[in-house]
Design a protein around this ligand. Structure first.
Ligand code: BGC
Length: 249
């Protein structure tokens, strides 16, 4: 199956056609800066632009950095609050004329890791954490996703854990790798005490630098970096659409 995958991020919206059997891109990537303010209509116009660029009429998967249930956005911790209550599935379908499935960004990354990456054929419970502007999570049980787990919003030191341990915090506070690793470690200990997973997979751009912090982690759960790198969002977006199509057949 071929699916147009589109990854909505805070600074860029990226898309490419994906071969879902292999998790590989069938075209080059197109990146368009995220419109500011990133309101639903402005983002829908960009999604339509990407679809038109690829002259695409097939299925489309789109990731969004908030809770998405049956196409409707319910939270927007790091994006424009106008999204809350928006039926993004319908909005994007109308804007593009295509069948569009929208899902949470970390869930998309989790599906991609389960199919093609560091959670592939791993039995039991795997938690994929994406460390970026915020912290996203995907809970996989024998490869099946439990969507919208939002573990970045667990409370740590009296606030959302993502405000303590996300990659953006390391950058903003100019933390050393050791200091930031200690924060990530505290966070993983918290998640581990509640879920007892068999494996943590750490994603987000910082997974490229796993050797700088993963060896410093002390949680008992094995930690591995995500296998999908630059293309994780786009491939994950396509996985969302494919998983939805499978459910309807
Ligand atoms: C949002 C999640 C999202 C994560 C990563 C969090 O603030 O609540 O839905 O997956 O950021 O973008």
């Amino acid at each position: 199956m071929r699916v147009l995958g589109i990854d909505i991020g805070g600074s860029g919206i990226k898309g490419a056609v994906v071969r879902t059997g292999k998790g590989r891109l069938a075209t080059d990537r197109l990146r368009i800066p995220t419109p500011q303010p990133a309101t639903p209509d402005a983002v829908a116009a960009t999604v339509a632009e990407i679809t038109a660029h690829f002259d695409w009429h097939g299925p489309v998967g789109v990731t969004f950095p908030g809770v998405v249930r049956h196409g409707t956005v319910h939270t927007a911790a790091n994006v424009d609050p106008a999204w809350i209550g928006t039926d993004a599935g319908r909005l994007f379908s109308k804007a593009t004329g295509c069948r569009v499935v929208v899902g949470n960004d970390a869930d998309a990354a989790g599906l991609a890791e389960a199919r093609f990456g560091a959670a592939r054929e791993v039995p039991g419970v795997v938690i994929v954490c994406t460390l970026g502007t915020g912290i996203g999570s995907a809970l996989l049980v024998d490869g099946r996703l439990v969507p919208n787990t939002e573990l970045g919003h667990l409370t740590l030191h009296g606030d959302d854990a993502e405000r303590y341990a996300a990659e953006s915090v390391r950058e903003r506070l100019e933390l050393s790798w050791a200091d930031w690793a200690a924060r990530v470690d505290e966070y993983l200990h918290l998640v581990e005490a509640l879920f007892w997973p068999d494996r943590f997979v750490l994603g987000g751009g910082v997974s490229k630098k796993a050797d700088k912090f993963v060896p410093l982690l002390t949680c008992r759960t094995p930690v591995v970096p995500a296998a999908l790198r630059n293309e994780a969002g786009i491939v994950g977006a396509a996985c969302l659409a494919e998983a939805a199509a499978d459910r309807h057949h």
